[in-house]
Every structure is written in structure tokens, then in C-alpha cells.
Design a protein around this ligand. Structure first.
Ligand code: ZN
Length: 396
């Protein structure tokens, strides 16, 4: 069983140990070793493993993964072999671990506040690349939180972070454990490790935590969405929260400069612009539709085919909504047949009383399909001339 050095000191980035076991890794050319003692954190409780290096007399190996087995042995995945009995110096990627401790520590504070203020029970932690999530069971099977609740939770946690209260981890004996006011019952029966953060959070946890709440830095909730009947809360802490604030400020400043307005007026300015744009588009569309309709009517040859008026029209590429509106209006009158090429887009359509299959016709001259009364597809402008010739020849 590996002695876990991070239990006593979560900031131990360097340590000496000896290789107790060696085995081949799951992937070819990789190796796994167990150490008699290790400060490398193995993936558990939602917190990912540490990475780093093992330096020894024969060189050094990269630690690419860490896992603990049921017997309590901590296995280090390596890119090279280190023989059993070798003395090694472990070097941990402290920046990665500090980030994990900030997120994990913040999760405790948030879960504690959710329990205290909303009587919500937190189930599981997922510490992701971008943000972390917890699933919360709220009273009354509620799967959301109000804006005020979210803000209250953030304010509560951040005030407690600023208090810089000590975070303490220890293994109590059975008698002491029984008396501790834990947020929820421990999931393990033996060697229960307790983490206490000031007097506002106490729960069983085997993970690594900052030494005081101040080192969590800052907590920001990003969203609360329903997931599997619970409220899924995603959040960031520490340096991630600071980096996100910088990113959002940059985006907001750029957007403000682009719209020539202060950041706090961004959303109102954007909504106003959006509705003005929609109105302008509606106007432009009405104009385009009218122009197209005029084109159809000008091109129309009355009584071209057994009492049917055919309009064969070739035009530049045009807004699809304007085409659709103009075509619908044109074929609303009886006895019309339209062969339209707008750029490379073909539209063949006819009035309800004209019994010619437009979908079949479009397939004979280009690519496409649709309904018997209206079909769309792609082809060159000459398709229109060819289609008219087919109609004239075959329907004489
Ligand atoms: Zn923990």
C-alpha cells in the first residue's frame, strides 16, 4: 500500500521514494510502477490525476496518468520503464495541481453554501478542462435556481473565501467521527478523512485542498441547468475565474467599441440594432420580391402552351426568401408556369390548375426535386430554355 504524502501536505511538489512494483502498461511501450510513498494524486472523487516526472539514476520518466487500485496501491503510468527497487525523485506539475485544488476547494465551499442556504444535496463533482459541474438535488425536485439565489450563493462563498479561514484535513477516530457535524454521511466506513473549511463546511473527502479558503481566490457560477432531474451547476474558481473575467472584459470592451456604447448599455443597444436590422431586411425583401414579380410578368408569354402562360426567367442570384415570396404570389393566379434560374438555383413552379409535374421536369434538365407544383434544384441558366423546349415539344 502506497503512503500518500499529499494527505499531510497538499503543496508537496517534490519527494523521494522507491519503486516497489513494475508492470507493462495497457498501451504498448508504456509502463506502470507503484511507489512505496507518493505525492502524486490518483484520479478520484471527480478530481483528475497529477502529472509530472520521476527522476532516477538512469534518467527520467514522464508521469502521464495516476490511478489507485483497490488495495490502496498508487500506480504511475510512465513513458519508460524503471526497475523495481530504484530510488526516484518525484516532481509534480504544481500549476496543474494548484488549479485542481482551487476548483475542488471551491466546490466544497459551494456545496456547503447550497446545503446551508437552499437545503440542496450535492452529488458528485466533475472537474473539466474548462469548468466544473456539480449536480444538486433541491427540495421539491426543483431543477433550476433564480438569479437572486445564484448571486446569493456567489456572495456567500466569496465572502468566506475572503475571510481566509484555515482548511484542515485529518483522520478522526470512531468516537470523534460520530460527533462531527458533517454535511452528509461518509461513503466509506474505514479510514474516513475529514476536511473542514473554517466553520462553514465539514465533510468526508480524500482529495487535495488548499491550506486556507483565501487560496481558492474567487468563485463564479456560470450556469444552472436541469440535468437528470437535478440542477446542474457549473462554476469556475481561482485563476480560471480570473482568466474568464479577463476574457469576458476583453469581449465586452470590443463589443462596446464596435457598437459605440458603454458596456452596461450593450444588451439594450444590441437589441435595438437587431430590430432595426430586421425591419430594414423586411423592407429590402419586399422591394426585391416586387422586382422579381415584375420580371416574371414581363417575361410571361400568354397562351404559350395550351392556354398556359409560361414565364422563363434567368436572373442573378437573389435572396431565397424574396424568390419564395415572389414565386408563391406569381403562381397564385391560375394558368401560370414559371421556369426560373436565379444564379445556379432553379425553381420550377406552376398554378394549381396546371397539371404538369415540376419535380419530374427539373430532374430532366438539372439536379433537384420537390412537389409536383413546385420544385427546386441546381443547374445552369440554359436549363430554363431546355425545359421550355421539352414542354413545347412533348405537349403539342
Ligand atoms: Zn475535498
Amino acid at each position: 500500500m502506497t503512503e500518500r504524502l499529499y494527505y499531510d501536505n497538499a503543496y508537496l511538489w517534490e519527494f523521494d521514494a522507491a519503486v516497489t512494483r513494475l508492470r507493462e502498461g495497457k498501451k504498448q511501450g508504456t509502463w506502470e510502477i507503484a511507489l512505496d510513498r507518493s505525492a502524486f494524486y490518483p484520479t478520484s472523487g471527480g478530481q483528475p490525476f497529477d502529472t509530472g516526472r520521476l527522476v532516477f539514476a538512469g534518467g527520467e520518466a514522464k508521469v502521464t496518468g495516476v490511478e489507485a487500485d483497490r488495495e490502496g496501491e498508487v500506480w504511475h503510468m510512465l513513458d519508460r520503464e524503471i526497475p523495481e527497487g530504484t530510488a526516484v525523485r518525484g516532481l509534480i506539475d504544481g500549476a496543474r495541481r494548484t488549479d485542481h485544488m482551487e476548483q475542488h476547494g471551491g466546490e466544497h465551499m459551494l456545496a456547503g453554501a447550497i446545503w446551508e442556504k437552499l437545503r440542496g444535496t450535492t452529488i458528485g463533482l466533475h472537474l473539466g478542462q474548462e469548468d466544473s459541474t456539480i449536480d444538486v438535488e433541491l427540495p421539491g425536485e426543483r431543477t433550476h435556481m433564480t438569479e437572486d439565489e445564484i448571486r446569493m450563493l456567489e456572495d456567500t462563498v466569496n465572502a468566506r473565501i475572503r475571510l481566509d479561514a484555515p482548511i484542515r484535513c485529518w483522520f478522526p477516530d470512531a468516537a470523534e467521527l460520530e460527533k462531527l457535524p458533517l454535511r452528509k454521511p461518509p461513503t466509506v466506513k474505514e479510514h474516513v478523512r475529514i476536511v473542514a473549511m473554517g466553520d462553514f463546511e465539514m465533510v468526508a473527502c480524500g482529495g487535495t485542498h488548499p491550506s486556507s479558503t483565501g487560496r481558492i481566490g474567487l468563485l463564479k457560477i456560470l450556469s444552472v441547468i436541469p440535468a437528470k432531474g437535478k440542477a446542474r451547476v457549473s462554476f469556475v474558481c481561482g485563476n480560471r475565474a480570473a482568466a474568464l473575467f479577463q476574457k469576458y472584459m476583453r469581449c465586452a470592451d470590443k463589443a462596446g467599441a464596435a457598437l459605440s456604447c458603454p458596456v452596461d448599455k450593450l444588451s439594450r443597444t444590441a437589441s435595438e440594432l437587431k430590430s432595426r436590422l430586421a425591419e430594414a431586411e423586411r423592407k429590402a425583401n419586399r422591394f426585391e420580391t416586387k422586382e422579381l414579380l415584375d420580371k416574371f410578368r414581363k417575361a410571361e408569354i400568354p397562351e404559350d402552351l395550351k392556354g398556359i402562360a409560361i414565364a422563363a426567367v434567368v436572373t442573378d442570384e437573389t435572396d431565397a426568401r424574396a424568390v419564395s415570396a415572389a414565386v408563391s404570389e406569381y403562381i397564385a393566379s391560375p394558368g401560370k408556369l414559371l421556369l426560373l434560374a436565379a444564379g445556379e438555383r432553379l425553381t420550377f413552379a406552376r398554378s394549381a390548375d396546371v397539371k404538369i409535374d415540376m419535380s419530374e421536369l427539373i430532374r430532366r434538365v438539372g439536379r433537384g426535386g420537390g412537389r409536383p407544383d413546385m420544385a427546386g434544384g441546381a443547374g445552369i441558366p440554359e436549363c430554363v430554355t431546355v425545359a421550355r423546349k421539352i414542354l413545347k415539344t412533348e405537349m403539342k
